[in-house]
Design a protein around this ligand. Structure first.
Ligand SMILES: NC(=O)c1ccc[n+]([C@@H]2O[C@H](COP(=O)([O-])OP(=O)(O)OC[C@H]3O[C@@H](n4cnc5c(N)ncnc54)[C@H](O)[C@@H]3O)[C@@H](O)[C@H]2O)c1
Ligand SMILES: [Zn+2]
Length: 361
């Protein structure tokens, strides 16, 4: 069964198709390809797994593929790698109306999307996410970026795709650790705005972990629905979209503090979410029972619920470099309830430090 959602952004609206085996379905792709030629940006890990089936599907609708196979890894999310995409686009005389397809996880999606936003001032692009994180988060919403040596995702653009093809079957080959890391972002939607989904996750987390396709399709659908609603209401993150950063300010401190790649993004977000929950509890906004309930779900998802002991002062120093700092104030996403998040300027750094110390070992 295929389910379709829409990201409602006026004339830039686009569909998200969710289901199994979608990469091989001509009918989903053909309405979006007007050119005889398309560029598929992917990486050395994903290309051997899915490039051929995507190529075959496109061939059936009369589209030939120029593959651009990037090295795999966050450390290649750079200007130099981006240039590799531009070299291929120019070398193959691609036009402004040529379609770019990003086939891979969030790194490939962010780079392919950013390249599409810049090439001849903007070419159309399609997201074909292949990790749980990219299926539920990065492929939807139009944030594209590369890293700068001084900061993650600092160079980028808001640029929406024409289509998201969310093929659940690609998760079969995803390493278990990556699948679990993606679950952190799935749980996030329940926590910030969908209490019913949180309850569903409490009943089904083991099915998701075990790779049950039906459960995964439901979770991806519900997550994308939440993301699509938030993006439609606040595309450029001037308000509600900031709630998607629950656990991320603490999480980024963990990622940067330990060096990128030591903890996966979702692992850092899980521990970061527990710090945010702890702080919310110390502010009297949620109860200790709520915190334990959240902790239980993350533990069952196989995710860390305690951050590394870097010292509260180091965490806060790292958090000050986050994009979410406004006028020098730390803006944190905290919880009012299990299922309701708020953005808050917490002035009391002492209290933030106590929550960090209580949750990091
Ligand atoms: N644009 C946004 O809104 C947004 C949101 C969240 C995260 N991000 C970005 O996403 C990136 C993280 O994305 P990610 O977690 O998908 O990491 P990733 O893209 O690095 O993928 C993780 C690993 O899995 C491999 N892989 C991908 N699909 C596979 C498959 N089906 N089978 C086997 N292996 C597969 C990749 O090659 C890689 O080694 C970060 O750069 C982050 O900044 C962007
Ligand atoms: Zn995230």
């Amino acid at each position: 069964m295929i389910q379709t959602l829409s990201v409602e952004l006026g004339e830039r609206s686009y569909p998200i198709h969710i289901g199994c085996g979608l990469i091989s379905m001509d009918a989903l792709l053909s309405p979006h390809f007007k050119h005889k030629k398309a560029v598929v940006v992917t990486n050395t890990t994903v290309a051997p797994l899915y490039l051929n089936s995507l190529k075959a599907t496109l061939a059936r609708i009369g589209v030939s593929v120029i593959p651009v196979v990037l090295p795999d890894g966050e450390k290649y999310k750079t200007w130099e790698t981006l240039n590799q995409i531009f070299d291929a686009l120019l070398g193959n005389h691609c036009e402004r109306s040529t379609m770019l397809v990003a086939l891979g996880g969030g790194v490939v999606g962010d780079m392919g999307g950013f390249a599409a936003s810049c090439y001849q001032r903007g070419m159309p692009f399609v997201q074909v996410p292949t990790t749980l994180l990219s299926l539920v988060d990065s492929s939807v919403g139009g944030k594209t970026a590369i890293n700068h040596p001084l900061g993650k995702n600092m160079i980028g653009a808001f640029y929406q795709p024409k289509l998201v093809l969310a093929d659940i079957s690609t998760l079969k080959t995803l390493p278990e650790r990556e699948l679990k890391a993606g679950l952190a972002e799935v749980i996030k939607y329940g926590l910030i705005r969908d209490p019913e989904f949180f309850v569903w996750l409490e009943g089904n987390i083991e099915r998701l972990q075990a790779g049950d396709e039906q459960a995964l399709a439901y979770a991806v659908h519900r997550s994308c629905q939440n993301k699509a609603e938030v993006v439609a209401a606040d595309e450029r993150e001037t308000g509600e979209r900031a709630l998607l950063n629950l656990g991320h300010t603490f999480g980024h401190a963990i990622e940067t503090g330990l060096g990128y790649g030591v903890w996966l993004h979702g692992e850092a977000v899980a521990a970061g979410t527990l710090i945010a929950a702890e702080l919310s509890c110390r502010l009297g906004w949620i109860t200790e029972i709520d915190v334990r309930r959240i902790e239980n779900l993350f533990v069952r998802a196989g995710l860390p619920v305690r951050g590394p002991a870097m010292g509260a002062a180091r965490y806060i120093e790292l958090m000050r470099h986050d994009k979410k700092v406004q006028d020098g104030k730390l803006r944190l996403v905290l919880l009012n309830a299990v299922g309701k998040a708020v953005v808050s300027d917490v002035a009391d750094e002492g209290l933030i430090g106590e929550a960090i110390d209580a949750r990091c070992t």
